[in-house]
Design a protein around this ligand. Structure first.
Ligand SMILES: NC(=O)c1ccc[n+]([C@@H]2O[C@H](COP(=O)([O-])OP(=O)(O)OC[C@H]3O[C@@H](n4cnc5c(N)ncnc54)[C@H](OP(=O)(O)O)[C@@H]3O)[C@@H](O)[C@H]2O)c1
Length: 382
């Protein structure tokens, strides 16, 4: 790893959007080059190695007067602490503090060890969202260890897949997650979907009730600091309340300006259930939508930062995922600006019901023989 606080990069062109890996490798002899793209910016004024963020410093005089626009540029290691503000928290109904921003690790799009270490070590992320289904629980302990962040400082969420629903099997499944995550407690344990395997459909209500009862018991035993559900609608929650002793602390749902279920959010509010939003970037597919880009231009931030900030200003904990460290940094750099009331109103009124996770495809996935993490195969990067 490069330990110098300042370095120079030869034959660097600030007009190019990216710095080539070979150019950097020549300058950063000992560094591992993980990412060389600048963050959201027209000029390459920043780049990342696997261990740090570098930014052009005042010794760099721009490309004025340089032949062919090439120059020797000076970069200084950025103290991320001085750039990033701390990640705020929201308080759950039981007093547990949930970070308002976390990092996702779903299996679609792959898993990057470097990105997760970087997120914890340099970008102040303290919430990691995972699930048994993603197949990557087992990879997280090493990333946490390498980040040097204490386990107690991390808020770890994992989820129970419907194939494991049932009183005893839920308890067994939690044991499995604890073992793979190498921890003796989970901060937040969620029922992944309000669905059950087709072969159990006739006893769906009882199976969901037994499962929630197991979560309540494990919460009482201190194995989970908070318990909740995911993808539950108002009717699913109402049915659950008929038999539950504890209301879910969290309901994790798809949440971005085009999927903003206001009546569900109000219902959760009234019942002391914190809403957590997944797919805040619509899996990267809403970043070029005109209203988002226009607001990003107005506030001089990237579309991703606007979407994340919008969730935060709605008091919704959000868990964007990226396997690229420059994006992991970008997505965390959202506490130094505010969207105006007018900008919030524009975004709050974009809902058109579109989803990037289709609930109608879930039953098939629950009943399929595909193993957990099947999408991860061949897409785990160090
Ligand atoms: N409870 C549930 O049922 C459920 C369902 C889905 C997801 N989740 C959780 O929510 C997390 C987030 O959802 P998601 O991963 O589906 O979608 P997402 O966070 O909305 O989008 C992720 C996609 O956006 C790209 N991206 C990230 N940051 C970017 C940036 N700054 N600029 C441009 N592109 C960017 C990523 O690509 P790169 O990797 O190439 O950067 C990736 O393709 C998941 O990882 C998972 O933990 C939960």
């Amino acid at each position: 790893m490069n330990t110098k606080s300042e370095l120079c990069v030869y034959d660097f062109c600030p007009l190019q959007v990216s710095i080539s890996k070979s150019t950097l490798a020549a300058s950063l002899r000992q560094a591992t080059i993980a990412e060389t793209q600048p963050s959201h910016s027209a000029s390459a004024s920043q780049f990342f190695t696997s261990d740090a963020l570098y930014s052009t410093c005042d010794r760099c005089d721009g490309c004025n007067g340089h032949k062919n626009d090439m120059q020797t540029a000076y970069f200084r290691k950025v103290d991320c602490d001085s750039v990033l503000n701390s990640i705020e928290t929201i308080t759950l109904s039981n007093g547990v503090k949930l970070p308002i921003l976390g990092i996702g690790t779903s299996h679609s799009g792959g898993y990057s060890h470097t990105a997760l270490v970087f997120a914890l070590k340099h970008c102040k992320y303290r919430l990691i969202d995972t699930a048994k289904r993603y197949g990557c629980e087992v990879l997280l302990p090493q990333a946490i260890k390498e980040s040097n962040v204490e386990r107690e400082e991390i808020f770890l969420t994992t989820k129970l897949w419907p194939k494991d629903y049932g009183y005893e099997s839920t308890k067994e499944a939690l044991k499995g997650s604890l073992c793979r995550l190498n921890t003796d407690y989970i901060d937040l344990f969620l029922m992944h979907w309000p669905e059950v395997p087709a072969q159990c459909s006739s006893e769906k209500k009882k199976l969901l009730e037994d499962t929630w009862r197991a979560l309540e018991v494990m919460y009482d035993e201190g194995l989970c600091r908070a318990i909740g559900v995911s993808n539950y609608d108002v009717s699913d929650l109402c049915e659950m309340f008929e038999s539950s002793s504890i209301k879910p602390h969290v309901n994790q749902i798809e949440f971005h300006p085009y999927q903003n279920p206001k009546s569900l959010r109000n219902f959760c509010d009234e019942n002391g259930i914190a809403v957590q939003g997944y797919c805040p970037l619509g899996k990267g597919k809403i970043l070029t939508e005109k209203p988002i880009v226009e607001i990003a231009d107005q506030v001089q931030k990237s579309p991703a930062q606007v979407l994340i900030r919008w969730a935060i200003q709605n008091n919704v904990s959000t868990i964007p995922k990226s396997t690229k460290i420059h994006r992991v940094f970008e997505n965390s750099n959202v506490f130094d600006f505010c969207l105006s009331e007018n900008q919030m109103n524009v975004l709050n009124n974009l809902h058109d019901g579109r989803r990037y996770v289709d609930p109608s495809s879930i039953q098939k996935r629950i009943d399929s023989q595909l193993p957990d993490g099947y999408k991860l195969q061949q897409s785990i990067t160090h």
